[in-house]
Design a protein around this ligand. Sequence first.
Ligand code: HEC
Ligand code: HEC
Length: 335
Amino acid sequence: MKMLPSLCLALLATTAAAAGADAPWHALPTTTPSPAANPGTPAKVELGRMLFHDKRLSESGTVSCATCHALSEGGAGHKPTSAGVHGEPGGRNAPTVWNVGFLTSYYWDGRAASLEDQVRSQLHNPIDMGMRDAAYVAARIRSIPGYLPYFERAFGGADAVSEANVARAIAAFERTLVTPDTPYDHYVAGDKAALSEQQLRGMAAFRADGCSRCHQGPAFDGPALAAGTVFTMKFPTNVRSPFVATYSLVNDLGRIEWTGKEQDRYQWRVPSLRNLKYTAPYMHNGLVPTLADAVRVMGSTELSKTFTDAEVADLVSFLEALSGPLPAVPAPTLP
Ligand code: HEC
Ligand code: HEC
């Protein structure tokens, strides 16, 4: 369900006009939407927090979701790629799970349409968690009798233990991971002292330079879209950028690897820009080490602009204002 970039840009123009030219900034809501098929409940969220931290959800019992997405450390991988269940690294950087409930598609190429689908595909991924199929996941959970009461409380019924319910519980937990307490959100809510002068310069530049053509909305991941819809852009657009070689930006072909469609070559989902302070290194391959480098790369590859050091510093200070304190998520006691 890919939208053509031109269509997206037309949509952007309409959205911006509707919002009023001076009001392109949106605070992050404090709660995320849940799909009708999987409303969040305290019992589900508690179970999901357990499963998220349980290494027995991987074939060898050595990695949990939290291994690659440590919540207190930004929820993302801090090496370019992370080693999975058999110690083998995957091909892309682990993005943060904070605020994923606001996104409408998942993975760098947007190939998963819901958090529930995302969990299942990651469990089955031979490099990440290596759990053969749905029956294998359910059998693993059944081998831990202490889980049964938690599944019954969350889902009721006789067949409470299933892979679908594992995915529902983890997704419900992930939808509670929000960080609305940032200087940017305070500013947008009316506290004009929340941003420094430099951050305000960066904010104006973010818009004037064209970053917000792609990165907009509360999560800075693009226009408001229905769940399951992806907003992709070509990256790199300017293939003559020197950074293409420096950071190996064309080795991974992007969304075409998944769809097989020529129009998806080098198309990547426009990612959220929240909590970047905690999630270095950057880009799908994790080869861009600092936020300043990421800003230079974006300027050069997406806007054909070379920023001065002062311009980079302003943009970085604005992006840092999109990072908030990470709420503490206590490690669960596992059954
Ligand atoms: C071995 C490391 C590893 C493990 C274990 C792992 N992940 Fe991931 N995760 C990744 C990587 C790498 C990606 C990006 C892959 C891609 O885009 O192709 C990712 C992507 C995601 C995304 C998409 C985020 C976005 O911005 O689109 C979510 C959500 C997520 N993982 C949650 C989980 C959950 C829940 C589990 C446990 C069931 C889990 N991960 C286990 C490495 C890992
Ligand atoms: C034409 C659309 C477009 C424009 C304009 C654009 N970006 Fe991006 N941005 C993207 C895409 C697509 C990616 C994902 C790249 C990838 O998959 O590696 C991205 C990635 C990023 C990242 C890395 C995020 C991460 O988690 O690693 C940062 C930071 C960023 N952009 C900031 C900016 C800034 C600042 C500007 C303006 C100077 C800007 N972008 C302009 C489309 C755009």
